[in-house]
Design a protein around this ligand. Structure first.
Ligand SMILES: Cc1cc2nc3c(=O)[nH]c(=O)nc-3n(C[C@H](O)[C@H](O)[C@H](O)COP(=O)(O)OP(=O)(O)OC[C@H]3O[C@@H](n4cnc5c(N)ncnc54)[C@H](O)[C@@H]3O)c2cc1C
Length: 538
């Protein structure tokens, strides 16, 4: 019995030793915050860091228990159509911590303070998607689109509610592009917009993946009648959930039964002549959707993945320090040490690269960025989204590995849920291939790779990037996308390394070296690779 008590006691010690503040437990974030010009916001970050490691985490765990997940309430008690969603009280407890941190309210500052906002988001994403973190990304994109494109009436109607930090008074956004016939191929959208005589619009069609489906205001892509096929003919529209207290003309067909992000509602929605307003010029609809809405979400996605990876590291490190096997704590075994170092290195790489992009986004917004930086951001956002999601997938998986069999148990730690969330993070806001292909197409059409490499070479030197630049340019010259996975993944790691190597900290430097050894040592062009791929398919 003594052995059993000791074993369970060690697990209790592990739980006790978990960080009480995710900001204090993150030396890299502290450095980035201090050096990134937001050192005066540390109090705000520390406050959310403590909540996220305590009551916010507990609320999200409770919300994800079977029976507490959201459900569809199509009609109210007396049969009126309400298109509603019922949430467990723990959902609202979690939301109060997140929104009242001021994360959305900070968008009132112009230019938007991306490093601050995304650091807050990173802290809240340590609990996983948590029911609110996807809606935050959607709301951020909506706010930025309204700030850039909204009429004075639209801004006055919506921005105060979207920017208030008061939970309950606040408004939430959503973004609906995907239809059943295609998500990556947004140009295949069949939803139409019909103009009304008063200049407003009617939206008719089906949206297949609608996250944050209980939002107050949706941004929707739709094709005005008679507009061109493909993305060129897509307009961007605002669709309010309610009109004078009644639901707008749409039906929540059903909620998706998802692998991950389960406490956040994703629905299929039929728009049945729903009232809509045009947002920005019709002919720029797709460009505005990508630059203001989707690019915003892609950076949120990357910070979210960095957070999942860092949480996995914290859980696993504590476990390894307390769990004993073969007479030793497992943290003393070289293979465990290596696993923890890899996990930490991947978490740091994801955060450092994403933080760099957030700083550049702020420079671009304020008009201070050079053309090369604008191009770097455009290509970097896509490559970074892919790479961070891959790293966090591996990091969470490795965290589970350190916990052994216990790692697979939903009630034992948050890691199984984080892994499931991560799979969703890898797919929404653009799949890996879609993002690689977008980098490729942007390079073919606009030559964005020139500015991208100029910025990266400025940080890392030409020699180190020579092989990857050659490989990427070879893809372009030959219009051949087979090598893109390998090249783009390496370019994602180079983005991370450029930022990591600028940080004067021996541990971070060592882990940056580990990243180089693991992800960047071999030349991406390998003789016989095409043959190998062919042979694999036979
Ligand atoms: C939980 C969840 C919530 C979501 N919420 C929303 C939302 O709120 N709003 C919204 O608009 N969308 C949402 N989505 C949809 C998401 O953005 C799409 O699933 C995603 O863009 C991929 O589209 P698809 O599923 O149609 O896959 P497809 O486009 O059919 O892709 C299938 C596969 O083909 C690959 N592929 C496609 N084109 C190419 C190519 N040219 N070269 C190589 N490979 C290619 C893809 O990478 C993928 O592996 C959500 C998805 C999930 C899972």
């Amino acid at each position: 019995m003594k052995a059993v008590e000791e074993g369970r006691g060690a697990l209790g010690d592990w739980l006790e030793a978990q960080p009480h503040n995710f900001y204090d437990a993150d030396p890299l974030l502290q450095i980035l915050v201090r050096e990134g010009g937001i050192g005066d916001r540390i109090e705000t970050l520390e406050a959310l860091g403590a909540e996220a490691a305590g009551p916010l985490d507990a609320a999200v765990i409770e919300n994800n228990r079977p029976g507490n997940l959201p459900s569809l309430e199509t009609f109210d008690g007396i049969g009126r159509h309400v298109a509603g969603i019922a949430h467990h009280p723990s959902y609202h407890r979690a939301g109060k911590f997140i929104y009242e941190s001021g994360v959305m309210a900070a968008y009132a500052e112009i230019p938007n303070p991306h490093p601050l906002i995304l650091s807050l988001f990173y802290l809240s994403a340590h609990v996983g998607e948590g029911g609110h973190n996807c809606p935050l990304a959607c709301t951020a994109g909506l706010i930025r689109a309204l700030q850039a494109l909204g009429t004075e009436e639209q801004k006055a109607a919506w921005l105060p509610g979207l920017l208030t930090p008061v939970y309950g008074d606040h408004l939430v956004g959503a973004q609906f592009l995907t239809e059943v016939q295609g998500g990556s191929d947004v140009g295949a959208n069949a939803t139409v917009a019909e103009r009304r005589v008063d200049g407003s619009w009617r939206i008719v069609g089906e949206k297949w993946f609608c996250s944050s489906a209980d939002a107050d205001l949706f941004v929707v892509t739709a094709r005005p009648e008679g507009a061109a096929a493909g993305t060129a003919g897509l307009g961007l529209f605002l669709v309010p959930r309610d009109l004078d207290g009644e639901p707008n003309a749409f039906v929540l067909r059903r909620l998706k039964d998802k692998l991950g992000t389960r406490s956040m509602v994703t629905a299929e929605i039929d728009f049945e002549e729903a009232y809509a307003e045009q947002l920005g010029p019709l002919e720029d609809g797709f460009r505005n959707t990508m630059e203001l809405v989707i690019d915003t979400s892609r950076l949120y996605n990357a910070f979210g993945c960095a957070a999942l990876a860092h949480r996995a590291y914290l859980v696993a490190r504590g476990y390894a320090e307390h769990r004993r096997a073969f007479g030793e704590t497992i943290a003393s075994y070289p293979l465990v040490k290596e696993t923890l170092s890899m996990t930490r290195a991947d978490a740091e790489a994801a955060l450092a690269g994403s933080f760099w992009l957030a700083r550049i986004q702020q420079r671009v917004d304020s008009g201070e960025a050079a053309d090369d930086e604008v191009a770097f951001l455009r290509m970097g956002l896509n490559l970074n989204k892919v790479r961070t999601a891959q790293l966090s997938h591996d990091a969470v998986n490795r965290g589970i590995e350190i916990l052994g069999g216990n790692g697979t148990i939903e009630t034992f730690s948050v890691l199984p849920r984080l892994l499931r969330d991560n799979v969703v993070f890898e797919n929404w806001e653009g799949t890996h291939h879609t993002l690689r292909m977008q980098a490729f197409k942007d390079a073919v059409r606009f030559g964005v790779h020139e500015g991208f490499f100029a910025v990266l070479e400025g940080r890392l030197g030409r020699d180190r990037l020579r092989g990857d630049r050659r490989a990427f340019e070879q893809c372009l010259e030959q219009r051949d996308t087979l090598l893109l996975r390998r090249v783009c993944d390496r370019l994602g790691s180079w983005i991370h390394l450029a930022e990591l190597e600028s940080i004067d900290d021996p541990g971070i430097r060592a882990r940056a070296e580990l990243t180089t050894t693991r992800h960047l040592s071999a030349d991406p062009i390998r003789d016989g690779y095409r043959d190998l791929v062919e042979r694999c398919a036979s």
